[in-house]
Design a protein around this ligand. Structure first.
Ligand SMILES: NC(=O)CC[C@H](N)C(=O)O
Length: 193
């Protein structure tokens, strides 16, 4: 079983290391041929407008959408959360998402008030106490559809959600050295496999 990290832009290396620490074989994915070889995919943090543009340039938008549609497990962090949202607010007019979770995500929602902060976040399904949530110009979840499970909230907003095989967090577990959220995703990929 191998898990890809979408390597168009963003903190790819940190996710590769976190997945390896969580016991998975992890590799970068840039091209459709590479996407076809993985059983799950992490979409890293970075800048979702750039990622969207590069996905179009590299001919990855439709292959990615197709894999999400057909049930490949995906985990999006921060910019990656924006990429798996069915709808976004405060995006660029031409910004594309893959979709996958029936939710509306507001881009840079925390960023306007507070560029970057850390907070303890309790995540359903993660044992052993809260994770350290690192929020960097992070989005929040504005609203979710009926099929979406909210795994964590911060203030009034969902910051970790799951729908079927698609998982998303506003924050960046790959930057903390705590691999429990990645382990949760690795389990999800194994269960889907
Ligand atoms: N740390 C991040 O991934 C920031 C996300 C970024 N603000 C975006 O809109 O894509």
């Amino acid at each position: 079983m191998s898990i890809g990290v979408l390597a168009l832009q963003g903190d790819v290396r940190e996710h590769l290391a976190a997945l390896a620490a969580a016991g998975a074989e992890a590799r970068p994915v840039r091209r459709a041929e590479e996407l076809a070889e993985v059983h799950g995919l992490v979409i890293p943090g970075g800048e979702s407008t750039t990622m969207s543009k590069l996905a179009v340039v590299f001919g990855m938008l439709e292959p990615l959408r197709e894999r999400v549609r057909t049930g490949m497990p995906v985990y999006g962090t921060c910019a990656g959360m924006i990429m798996v949202a069915d709808k976004i607010l405060d995006g660029r007019d031409d910004q594309e998402t893959l979709g996958g979770i029936d939710m509306t995500v507001r881009r840079n929602a925390f960023g306007r008030q507070n560029e970057s902060f850390e907070a303890a976040v309790d995540v359903a399904g993660v044992e052993g106490g809260p994770v350290e949530g690192v929020f960097i110009r992070a989005p929040w979840v504005e609203s979710v559809g009926a099929g979406v499970e909210v795994l964590a909230t911060y203030g009034d907003h969902a910051v970790a959600v799951r729908q079927g095989n698609v998982l998303a967090t506003s924050f960046h577990p790959e930057l903390t050295g705590d691999h429990r959220v990645h382990a949760l995703f690795v389990d999800l990929v194994r269960a889907a496999g």
